[in-house]
Ligand binder design. Structure first.
Ligand code: URA
Length: 425
């Protein structure tokens, strides 16, 4: 087998054979195929696509590049959730303990933020003492004793994807649907969950800007999961405006705790409950009521145990940024648009996110929103509060907030987009 013939096959719109796929993934992981050769192949895939059989084989080869985890010793069925990423998307934080409180086990391998979307591990690391890095044994132990664990994926899980994702990031090849689907699903299948709910975000703050691309990505991932024996369902959800009222690490933890205490913004509560119902249904847990588990404190009990089991202090005061800057409404009327992408970039520029993998993040940095689309606003009232430890960042963050919102005359009819746009099973 030689790599140039594999690249030429895809360059010329051919179908890669199973042998070509197995070989190229293995050879790339071992360093026999060079980065520049894999980038040429990734670009050929981005331009010419892959069919269902090719995507399935590509995913299987990435799974085979590393270890597979096994949760069969647990007494409960497992359910996991994966979001394609958005602004203010803190849903994993209340969702994992909620689903555990309702009877499923939730092994949640999560990532860090890169660019304008936040990462679950960065958010949880704002809790003093909390540890993202667990051994496989510790992970199983936390899962067994509390019902939920949120931690970093170990280096042994789909190493081919780790290498390929880093390469795609710097070669303009992230956006290929076959590569996104196989990247996400290889990690989820290798993780060993019995069922999986995908939250595929659509809108300005998401990877997928339009619903047709999001449907194609969702169908591809649901097909891959189902073919591998993982019960997989996808919800397509709105990411045209930030979720909830906060974007930033400690700010989002605070809001998640409000949801677990039975309060919190309506959109965060609605999506958390919708995803919990799907996860419990996919895991085969009957007669559970996630809304009740939020209201009666049982989800909060699991959260406290889960945070403590990973070294965190659930009662510790969360970090607060040293400096604040308030942005006020420029006109009176109805807020009809608040753009997720602009708010996400501003939160990132304030220090909540990172530009390179190795950059640190500020726990207290981010944005608090004081109004959402559909709310009435009065000229001069606070619309957002910007938080950072480094005030020289305000100017740069404010530049990305130029034109992010519209205010229409009072009385204008406005209906917010529904949170859940479609369901694919
Ligand atoms: N998330 C992943 O894990 N992989 C992708 O390719 C895109 C998003």
């Amino acid at each position: 087998m030689d790599v140039i013939s594999v690249i030429r096959t895809k360059r010329d719109r051919g179908e890669l054979s199973p042998e070509q796929i197995d070989w190229v993934i293995d050879a790339y992981t071992r360093g026999v195929v060079a980065d520049e050769q894999m980038s040429a192949l990734a670009m050929a895939i981005l331009l010419n696509g892959m069919n269902r059989a090719e995507i399935a084989r590509w995913t299987a080869a990435m799974i085979a590049s590393g270890e597979r985890m096994d949760f069969s010793s647990l007494s409960r069925p497992t359910a996991d959730k994966h979001s394609t990423g958005g602004v203010g998307d803190k849903i994993t934080l209340p969702l994992a303990p909620l689903v555990a409180a309702c009877g499923a086990a939730v092994p949640q391998l999560s990532g860090r933020g890169l660019g304008h979307t936040g990462g679950t591990l960065d958010k949880l690391e704002s809790i003093p003492g909390w540890r993202a890095l667990l051994s496989n044994e510790e992970m199983l132990n936390v899962l067994d004793t509390t019902g939920a664990v949120i931690c970093a994926a170990g280096d042994g899980l789909a190493p081919a994807d780790k290498k390929l994702y880093a390469l795609r990031d710097v070669t303009g090849t992230v956006e290929a649907i076959p590569l996104i689907a196989s990247s996400i699903m290889s990690k989820k299948i290798a993780e060993g969950t019995g069922s999986l709910v995908l939250d595929v975000k659509v809108g300005s703050g998401a990877f997928m800007k339009n619903i047709e691309d999001a449907r194609e990505l969702a169908r591809t991932m649901v097909g891959l999961g189902t073919d591998s024996g993982v019960k997989t369902v996808a919800l397509l959800t709105d990411m045209s405006t930030p979720l909830g009222l906060t974007a930033g690490n400690a700010l989002e933890v605070r809001e998640s705790v409000e949801v677990l205490a039975g309060g919190g913004p309506a959109d965060v509560v609605e999506l958390t409950i919708a995803l919990a119902r799907e996860m419990l249904d996919a895991a085969g847990v009957k007669d559970a009521d996630p809304a009740k588990a939020l209201a009666d404190g049982s989800a909060m009990d699991v959260w406290r145990r889960m945070i403590a089991a990973q070294g965190g202090d659930p009662d510790a005061k969360l970090p607060v940024a040293r400096e604040q800057h308030v942005v006020t409404a420029s006109a009176s009327g109805v807020l009809t648009r608040l753009d997720a992408y602009g708010v996400g970039v501003a939160a990132w520029r304030l220090g909540a996110g990172r530009a390179r993998k190795e950059d640190p993040v500020q726990a207290g940095a981010g944005i608090e929103l004081h109004a959402k689309p559909g709310d009435s606003v009065v000229a001069g009232q606070p619309l957002m509060t910007l938080h950072t430890d480094t005030p020289e960042k305000f100017e740069y963050a404010l530049a990305s907030l130029e034109g992010v919102y519209d205010v229409a005359a009072a009385g204008t009819d406005f209906t917010a987009a529904p949170i859940v746009l479609d369901r694919i099973a």
